[in-house]
Each structure stands twice: as C-alpha cells, then as structure tokens.
Design a protein around this ligand. Structure first.
Ligand code: RIB
Length: 334
C-alpha cells in the first residue's frame, strides 16, 4: 500500500448508494413466465450495489464511508451492523421511520447467472440535500485523496446532485449507472469514470444517440463513441470477456482473470467497481484500476452470495498484478 494509506491522508472512498437485504433463491433454470418451480435453496444476505461496492473497497484497505438510507426495521439494523463490521463508516446512513429497508429478490441459476428485482424502500427516501451534506461533511472531516462513487439504485435527482457537488469540489467521481436511470447527461459527463455493463451501455447509447445507436456496436466501438460524446473516461465490463476502457488518448482491452469455478455472479460487478474506486483512491491509473476490477470480479463469482468471496487483505495494486496483460487497441495523439 502506498504512503497515502497511513494516518489522516489515507485515501477515502465515499459511496453514495443503496443498501438492501438480499433474498436469494437458487434454481436449476430460470422459471418461464407463468411457471411455478421449486428452489433448490434459499438464503438472506446484505446487499445493495452501494453496500457491496463499499465493502469491496474497504476490503482493499480504503477508508470507506457510505451515504444512504435504511428503514427502522431489523433488516436496517442488521445492515448497519454488518457494514460497520466490514470497517465501513455508516455515520451518514439515515434511518427512515415507517419505511422498510430496501430489498432485492435474487434468482440464481445453476450457470451462476442471476436476475434481480429491487424494491427500493428507504433507498428512495435519500434526498439530494442529505446526500450532498453527507459528502461535504465526510470530505471536510477527512482530508486526503477522495473518490466519490455512486450507482443507479438511488433517485436520479440524488445522483445528479452528487455529480454536481463532486464537480464543484473538484473530487473524482466514479459513476456506475447500474441500473440505468434518467440522470442528466451532464451527470454522465461529470463522472471521471463511467462504469457500465454492455446492457447498460446500450441503454445509455440509445438515450444519447437515439434508437439507431443502441446495441449495434461492438464493445470497442461503443466505448469509443461514449467517450467521445461524453468527453469522459468510460469502462465497459464484459463479464467473462473482461472489460474495454477508453480515455481521451487511449483505448484498451482488459481480459478477464478466469475464475476457478463460477458459482454465483451476483455482486461481481460491484466487486469490480469497488476495487476500481479503491485503486483510483490509492492514486493508481485507470489501466491498473481496471485490472484490480477484473481480478475482484473474478474472485467474486467463486462463492454463493455477494461480498462473501470479495478479495480481502491485499492492496488494489497487489490485486491488479494477478490480472492478465491488457492490450492497447488505439493510441490517439492529442
Ligand atoms: O449487484 C448486486 C446487488 O444488486 C445485490 O446485492 C442486490 O441487492 C442488488 O442491489
């Protein structure tokens, strides 16, 4: 870990994001519409893209604080206890009376693929004011290199306000627009790094370029078009095919690290994004941050659940060294 990690200057990742209770069912195959099937197992766990990404970054040594909301129910208390146990600062997580903690209904097939339906609950009660105040307070009380990280499981006006504030404060802003919600185009451009999977990228392209542009491009063409249009760094995650990424002057392909086995892909994207944010907070460049991301994503699919198999007790830089070499596809001279 570099010298930034000691004392008051330890890098900080501020996650503005969702906190859910995950309800897993394990099935051989996804049910067809209208079908009733019996599950082979079921489990409860802590989830939410915000909570998962916060844990992924904290597990790699970053100082992490989460800005969010849970209900006053037992699921909310359990989530706060579990997050604090992972070393995540939850002092800016509000408890909302008369509201349930967010819940996610996750179906995992034998292939390790999943489908997820989220009931937002208290996550939808986080306001732009509370989110911005939370970010400001955390920045003021913890100087040092900071990355603000947000996802799409909050209200669009909250994500817009956080993007605005990060830009105003001159802080790196990583936006993982999962799921795709109707944020302002300015918010996409405010991101220092925009992280999308292929489906999300197609939806964002449809919005930016019209239906004609959606889903018709290979990942390399798509990542280049998004970078050019938004004038920001874009990373497309491709699951077993790794990732492609584009900055103003280079575009590269990052192969995945092949996992020993694929048990459950739930939360693999969150492992990727949390590790990427921790690497950026550590001062590493985007090539290395993407490498840390693909290794974290690979580890994450090897066990059932979300955060259970995230890499721990290594630095982002050490994690990145397990990744296969990247290939520069294009160097663009400025
Ligand atoms: O990315 C996985 C997460 O998506 C789950 O933990 C679930 O809560 C949903 O937010």
């Amino acid at each position: 870990m570099n010298d930034q990690t000691s004392g008051a200057s330890r890098p900080q990742v501020i996650v503005v994001g969702s906190i859910n209770q995950d309800h897993f069912v394990y099935v051989r195959e996804f049910p067809a519409p209208g079908a009733t099937i019996l599950a082979e197992g079921a489990a409860l766990g802590l989830g939410g893209k915000g909570a998962n990404q916060a844990i992924a970054a904290a597990a790699l040594g970053a100082r992490v604080a989460l800005v969010g909301a849970v209900g006053s129910d037992s699921a909310g208390q359990a989530a706060l206890t579990a997050l604090a146990g992972e070393g995540v600062d939850v002092s800016r997580v509000r408890r909302i009376g008369d509201e349930l903690t967010g819940a996610a209904y996750v179906t995992v097939a034998a292939t390790g693929e999943n489908t997820i339906v989220v009931s937002s609950g208290a996550n939808a009660e986080l306001t732009p004011d509370a989110a911005v105040t939370g970010v400001q307070t955390l920045v003021d009380t913890a100087p040092g290199r900071t990355v603000v990280l947000a996802q799409g499981e909050l209200r669009a006006d909250v994500v817009d306000a956080v993007g605005d504030e990060a830009r105003r404060m001159g802080i790196a802003f990583v936006l993982n627009l999962a799921p795709v919600i109707a944020v302002a185009v300015e918010t996409l451009s405010a991101a220092s790094v925009l992280v999308l999977n292929e489906g999300e990228a197609a939806l964002v392209a449809a919005r930016l370029f019209g239906e004609e542009g959606a889903g018709q491009h290979a990942p390399i063409a798509l990542v280049r078009r998004l970078q050019e249009r938004l004038q920001t760094n874009v990373v497309l995650t491709l699951g077993a095919d790794g990732a492609v990424a584009c900055e103003a002057n280079r575009l590269w392909s990052q192969p995945a690290l092949v996992p020993a086995r694929v048990v459950d892909t739930t939360g693999a994207g969150d492992a990727f994004t949390g590790a990427l944010a921790a690497a950026l907070a550590d001062g590493l460049d985007l090539v290395v941050a993407v490498q840390a991301g693909v290794v974290a994503g690979s580890d994450a699919v090897e066990k059932a659940g979300t955060t259970t198999s995230y890499p721990r007790s290594v630095t982002p830089g050490e994690l990145a060294r397990r990744a296969p070499a990247h290939t520069v596809v294009e160097l663009v001279s400025e």
